[in-house]
Design a protein around this ligand. Sequence first.
Ligand code: ADP
Ligand code: ZN
Ligand code: ZN
Length: 700
Amino acid sequence: MQKWLDVAVSAPAHSQVGGLLTYATELALEVGQLVRVPFGKREVLGLVWAVHDRLPENVSTHQVKNTSAALDGVVPLSPHWRQLVQFAAQYYQRSLGEVAMAALPPQLRDLTPAQWARRLKKTSDTATRVTSSLPSAWPLSEQQNAVLAEMEVAPGPFLIHGATGSGKTEVYLQAIARCMAQDPEAQALMMVPEINLTPQLEERVKARFGAQGVVSMHSGMTGPQRLKSWLAAHNGSARIVLGTRMAVFASMPKLKWIVVDEEHDASYKQQEGARYSARDLAVYRGRLEGAKVILGSATPSLESWHHSRPASEGGRYQRLSMPARIGAGQLPFVRRVDMNHQPRKTVLSAPLMAAIQERVAKGEQSMLLLNRRGYAPVLHCADCGWKSECAHCSAFRVFHKIDRTLRCHHCGFTERVPHACPACGNADIAPMGRGTEQLEEHLAALLVDVKRPDGQPVRVMRIDADSTKLKGALEAQLADVHNGEVDVLVGTQMIAKGHDFRRITLVAAINPDGALFSSDFRAPERLFALLMQAGGRAGRDAAQSASSEMWVQTFHPAHALFEALKKHDYPAFAEQQLKERLEAGLPPHTFQALLRSDAREQTVAQAFLNFGNARLQDWMSAMSEQDAALLSQVSVFPAVPMSIQRVANVERAQMLIESPSRMALHKALALLQQVLFESRSLPTHKGLIRWLVDVDPLAI
Ligand code: ADP
Ligand code: ZN
Ligand code: ZN
């Protein structure tokens, strides 16, 4: 019998179809099934979103094409899964079809029904028995037991705030093992930030639960591997999915636990297409499916920390603390070098160099951490300390080299770069945090006369995005560090994360100050997390931990961030930051979104966004009182060029939208998107290439 289907296909976000198209079919199809449908001149993958007995009213028969074929043989995607996709599409302001298709393994898009059938045959769908060994080789610590007991009785979501090496991962595995011991079909999703950390963890999880029931999902896998993992999760034979942010969309019919490890990590935010936060979607998904959720970190995001305040104050997550490290391991002793007392233009201070030499002589390793300039440059005067603050907000203005302006990315306030320091007249004003490009050579020169215990010269190695471009390069470099081939390791945040270096006893941050005075209000939060994490690389061998040190070279040794770091006191740091954010009206106390536009010319990119804002203000005067009241809670700021203003001859602009009310923010965004869509082809917008929305952006 003839039926009509709404099918989700990968249509661009702003096309009128919103990603759903109507097709006719004679096949007996259900909601949630995968189909192939004609789309333009091609045939594409689609997902049945609704089935109608009659042709929907707003569609005419001659527009409707026939569904080509079904990819059957597996159960349809569940209502929960579809609801997750729908929520993500609505929240991150993309089309349903785009999000649905991006959430499926890419290889699915290219398979013919015959190829699909062959793939299915290869995958057995008998649920795997997981051989989880409940207590492990050792008795759990008191702290671990307390956290596990709490998680058994309370609903969550839980935020585990635990020092590196406090045994968090063991807690995740135990919680999952206990659940699986009770429920023979239960599935668990475990998310981690980075691919290069997954192998270690993967071995640990497989050793615990048996290799059969564990699959991975990350972008380093081939198409066929990803499809295989996806199918195993979808049919229930995989009991544990271990993956990066994309795994939040894994189809898991018996999902009972979700773990988000290192939940503060920026890589949980997707940076293209639907710009979703896998951490936030994990919390939503947990509630939707009745699965328990653990977010874990030594330095939680301030959003999650704020959410885990007492319920009486509006908190929604339950905070669980694991302050003590397993065994006798101690956190490194923090030393601050006051760079005001060092000769001008010093890159590596004398006391730090002496300490490194001492470590080398003992056959121990040191790690020097460079702050990659992952944030926009702020101008400063090295003589008097003047910085390019905004006169109108508690923000620093960004130095735009192209037109030599200082622009506030918050309120848009713009001035030309002054010829000299406005405070003291010094002509030498420059972006903060420069001068470390040559660090590696500089360091080698300083260490030229120093010998290792075996009489060999000191070996310095740099690990960063450049040194690791070639496949396998990072692994090879890390192996050299582990084998003791390297005495001093220099690198960016890449070396700070997760690695289990056994012989590093000294970690030093060379130039962290730039992040204290950044135009990006999240920079201090990231710096603190980075330094804590880097510190966690020192003294991992308990025998050496007592003598391990973390050095910080700074012009601001008394800064609250370093005071908190010295005490390894994340709560104190968080408290101080949240207070500052409250006073400045910043997240998590308010909500933000960015509208971005790309055009051939910067003026057009900005004009397009400003046009949208002007129309929104016009509309407000004609709206119902109730709607206008809601929208009056939204601030839309003038468009500014992005920090990296031009990429491949495309000019980029952004506009900040802010509100204390999420609902108001979303309403404004929906209206703005509509205006932009309608005005995209106006003559004044000639040269416009595209625009996009970033809800809860990680940087403005
Ligand atoms: P985290 O995830 O907090 O960094 P892990 O769970 O990885 O901590 O534990 C740190 C180290 O301590 C690991 O080598 C782990 O095998 C070990 N470990 C964890 N729990 C215990 C325990 N109860 N007794 C002894 N060792 C443990
Ligand atoms: Zn000055
Ligand atoms: Zn401002």
